[in-house]
Design a protein. Structure first.
Length: 134
């Protein structure tokens, strides 16, 4: 009976040690993953991370693409004149409502701002001058 109790106690102790080792391994693994995530996030800007974390993946894709175009075209402080048609069709390849949502997200994240509205003299077309601020 004492031998059975000793064996049972030994089994319990063994399981506790295994659980402890597993917990230590899990903590080490979690720390390794967190370091990896932080390293990957350093490879993109804070603004890009904010865009990509948007729960609306379609909006995130459109906004990320548009932000990339702004980065290619403008340094921080530079302006870019875009008509809504050009923005929707040529730059993003999406409809006007989706393009404007992407612009709104970039404005909300303080990456661009509306600098001024322009009406072309020879047409009724309007364009917006956006300024890259982030």
């Amino acid at each position: 009976s004492t031998r059975k109790e000793s064996s049972a106690a030994s089994d319990v102790y063994k399981r506790q040690v295994e659980a402890l080792i597993n917990k230590k391994e899990l903590v080490a693994l979690r720390d390794l993953f967190l370091k990896k995530v932080y390293a990957m996030e350093k490879s993109i800007t804070r603004a890009e991370a904010l865009i990509l974390r948007n729960p609306d993946k379609k909006l995130a894709k459109d906004a990320y693409h548009l932000y990339g175009l702004f980065k290619l075209r403008c340094e921080v402080g530079d302006a870019w004149t875009l008509s809504q048609t050009e923005l929707a069709r040529e730059k993003l390849g999406v409809g006007k409502p989706a393009a404007l949502k992407a612009v709104d997200l970039l404005i909300k994240l303080k990456l661009i701002e509306i600098f001024e509205q322009v009406t072309f003299v020879n047409a009724e077309a309007q364009a917006t001058v956006y300024k890259r601020i982030g």
